[in-house]
Design a protein around this ligand. Structure first.
Ligand code: ADP
Ligand code: CDP
Length: 210
C-alpha cells in the first residue's frame, strides 16, 4: 500500500505520516528533507540560489547530509522552497522518491507533490492543512528551543511566503490532488489528527476494495 501525504509547511504532515507508517508497518520518506539537503549542499558549495545550474549541481549530495542538523532550520526551509521551483532540481529527485514508493509492501511519503506527481496512482491520498497562524505557532514552538532569537512573526512571514511560492510555481505546485481527502488539523491535537487520518485511510481502502 502506498500512502501519499501532501500539505503546506508545519501542517503536521510528518507527524501524521510517521504515525501511519508505524500503524501500517510501512517505511516512511520525508521528501522535504531531500529538497532541504539540496539547499544545504548549495550553501556548502557557495552556489547561487537563483541559478538553476548551481542548484542542480547541489542535487549530487552525500546521503550523510540527510541527518545534518542544519536541515531543520527555517532558513533552510526557505532556501529549499526557492530551489524547488527549478524543474531540473525536481527531475533530479524524482527517481529516488519513486524507487522508495515502489518497494515491496509499499511506503508512506510526504511532501508537496506526492499525490499529484510522484505517485499519482497511490492507494491512499491525504492533504493535511491548518491555518497559517496555527502552523506558525507550531513551528515557532518547535524551533525556538534551539534558536532563542527567533520570533513568531518571522516564522509566520516565512510560512506565508513559502505557501505562496510553493503553490504558485509552474512545476509540481502544492495543491490537493482531486482524489485526496482533506484533513484540517487546526483544531485537532496530535492524537486526534492521527485518529482522523487512520479513519480516512480505512475509508479510502474500502472504496478501492469496493
Ligand atoms: N495536530 C497537531 N497539534 C499540535 N501540534 C502539532 C500537530 N501536528 C503536528 N504538530 C507539531 O507541529 C510541528 C510541525 O509538525 P510536522 O509534522 O513536522 O509538520 P510538517 O511535516 O507538515 O512540516 C511539530 O512540532 C509537531 O509536533
Ligand atoms: N515533495 C516536496 C517536498 C518539499 N518541497 C519543497 O521543500 C520545502 C521544504 O519542505 P519540507 O516538507 O521540509 O517543509 P516543512 O513542511 O517541514 O516546513 C518546501 O517549502 C517545498 O518548497 C517540494 O517542493 N516538494
Amino acid at each position: 500500500m502506498i500512502i501519499a501525504i501532501d500539505g503546506p509547511a508545519a501542517s503536521g504532515k510528518g507527524t501524521v505520516a510517521r504515525a501511519l507508517a508505524r500503524h501500517y508497518a510501512l517505511p516512511y520518506l520525508d521528501t522535504g528533507l531531500l529538497y532541504r539537503a539540496v539547499a544545504v549542499s548549495l550553501l556548502d558549495n557557495q552556489g547561487d540560489s537563483s541559478r538553476e545550474s548551481d542548484a542542480l549541481s547541489a542535487c549530487d549530495f552525500a546521503d550523510s547530509l540527510l541527518s545534518d542538523s542544519r536541515l531543520r532550520n527555517e532558513q533552510t526551509g526557505k532556501l529549499a522552497s526557492e530551489i524547488s521551483v527549478f524543474p531540473k532540481v525536481r527531475q533530479a529527485l524524482i527517481k529516488r522518491q519513486r524507487d522508495f514508493a515502489a518497494q515491496t509492501g509499499g511506503a508512506v511519503l510526504d511532501g508537496r507533490d506526492i499525490g499529484t506527481v510522484i505517485v499519482p496512482d497511490a492507494d491512499v491520498k491525504l492533504f493535511i492543512t491548518a491555518s497559517p497562524e496555527i502552523r506558525a505557532k507550531r513551528r515557532y514552538d518547535e524551533l525556538v528551543k534551539n534558536n532563542p532569537d527567533l520570533t513568531y512573526d518571522i516564522i509566520l512571514e516565512d510560512i506565508k511566503s513559502r505557501d505562496l511560492r510553493d503553490s504558485s510555481r509552474k512545476e509540481a505546485p502544492l495543491k490537493q490532488a482531486e482524489d485526496a481527502d482533506l484533513l484540517d488539523s487546526s483544531l485537532l491535537g496530535i492524537d486526534m489528527a492521527i485518529e482522523r487520518a487512520v479513519a480516512l485511510v480505512e475509508k479510502q481502502l474500502k472504496t478501492v476494495q469496493g
